[in-house]
Write a protein that binds this ligand. Structure first.
Ligand SMILES: Nc1ncnc2c1ncn2[C@@H]1O[C@H](COP(=O)(O)OP(=O)(O)OP(=O)(O)O)[C@@H](O)[C@H]1O
Ligand SMILES: [Mg+2]
Length: 350
């Protein structure tokens, strides 16, 4: 893949810079006001009762702050945090080893919890509910289950695919927080905060310019900030202004609404070569010289969310917003845009 400057997934080499930019307390966590308020009440009431709070599930698309919130939960409680992930827990013994070494009040963070292996998941049920696990010793008919106590702890699970969670696991979380995409003003705040940590000078118009291209995602906003900073240092006096942000993002081929080269190639083909569709995925993929899977998984999710592309039973269709974004007029009879589930934040000027 070539253009991942607007990918919502973290690149491995971004880990260090991401953790330096992570908000450390609830007060530093920008936006998501309802979730923040709910968490604050949950954590403080648990502290007043001197008991670990209920298990917490954080769900939402990549880059919206789930890992950050998990760290914040532990920090606000003054608790130690153990970090693992669904794919890392292959056998239930791995999980039992972690659970039985937790101290009273610890936070156990399981990232990508929807990917946990089934036997481990079952072990988790009794740990979450009764703070007890049955560890099976031996094999075959002679195997015995030894019940072990687990200190009261708080599980924080994170998932980008909450639909893949089984019912019994989901039911054992006392609190489920769903994170939504951020609006432009929240992203501007994220950018101002990150700029000050990174020692980058940025003016409000520069922040607004980057925010509007960040796809509602703090991770992308922070990444674009770093790219624009590089440009500002090399091609300008180091300050991120509106003009510098525009010029830099033109170099990185990120347009005014956050589409990258591939996103635009898909729209261009759909509108220019296929009259706006409907056209099948594989035909569309050939037209842009990519694998169908790349078009479907890399480009389409945001194009759909932004209201530029609709998936219909007869194929992919460009919406009037897509025609407008490309500066073209749709032929009469172009279907109405897909319902806008995201409050219009990502709609281009029509
Ligand atoms: N509300 C916020 N305020 C400030 N910064 C934020 C906020 N949410 C996310 N960020 C920033 O975005 C980056 C990504 O956040 P985080 O790693 O918590 O996302 P995530 O939801 O765990 O993503 P993934 O699903 O890929 O694990 C972090 O470096 C953090 O600095
Ligand atoms: Mg994470």
């Amino acid at each position: 893949m070539t253009d991942d400057v607007v990918s919502a997934w973290a690149a491995p080499e971004e880990r260090d810079v991401e953790s330096s930019l992570r908000p450390k307390q609830l007060d530093d966590f920008i936006g998501q006001h309802r979730v923040r308020e709910q968490l604050e009440v949950l954590l403080h009431s648990a502290q007043r009762r001197n008991r670990p709070p209920d298990h917490i599930l954080l769900s939402g698309p990549p880059g919206l702050g789930k890992t950050s919130l998990a760290m914040i939960v532990a920090a606000e409680l003054g608790s130690a945090i153990r970090v693992t992930s669904g794919p890392a827990i292959e056998r239930s013994g791995d999980l039992a080893a972690v659970l039985t070494t937790l101290a009273h009040g610890d936070v156990l963070f399981i990232d990508e919890i929807h990917r946990i292996a089934r036997p481990a998941e079952e072990l988790l049920y009794s740990a979450m509910e009764d703070f007890r696990v049955d560890v099976v010793v031996g094999k075959g008919p002679g195997a015995t289950a030894i019940p072990l106590d687990v200190e009261p702890f708080t599980l924080v699970g994170a998932t980008t695919r909450s639909g893949l969670l089984t019912g019994p696991l989901r039911d054992r979380f006392g609190f489920v927080a769903h994170l939504d995409f951020y609006d432009a003003s929240d992203l501007e705040e994220v950018l101002a905060r990150s700029a000050s940590i990174l020692g980058v000078r940025i003016d409000p118009a520069g922040a607004a310019e980057i925010a509007s291209r960040s796809r509602g995602t703090p991770r992308i906003a922070n990444r674009l900030l770093r790219r624009v900073r590089d440009y500002a240092e090399v091609r300008a006096d180091g300050e991120v202004t509106e003009a510098v942000a525009r010029a830099a993002l033109a170099v990185y081929e990120v347009d005014q609404v956050g589409l990258d080269r591939l996103d635009r190639a898909v729209l261009d083909a759909l509108v220019g070569s296929f009259g706006g569709g409907p056209v099948g995925l594989s035909t569309l993929a050939v037209a842009v010289g990519e694998e169908p899977g790349t078009v479907e998984e890399v480009a389409e999710p945001f194009l759909v969310r932004a209201g530029f592309l609709a998936r219909t039973p007869r194929g992919r269709v460009a919406t009037p917003a897509a025609w407008a974004h490309l500066g073209k007029t749709p032929p009469p009879g172009t279907p109405a845009p897909a319902p806008d589930l995201f409050g219009g934040t990502f709609r281009s000027g029509s």
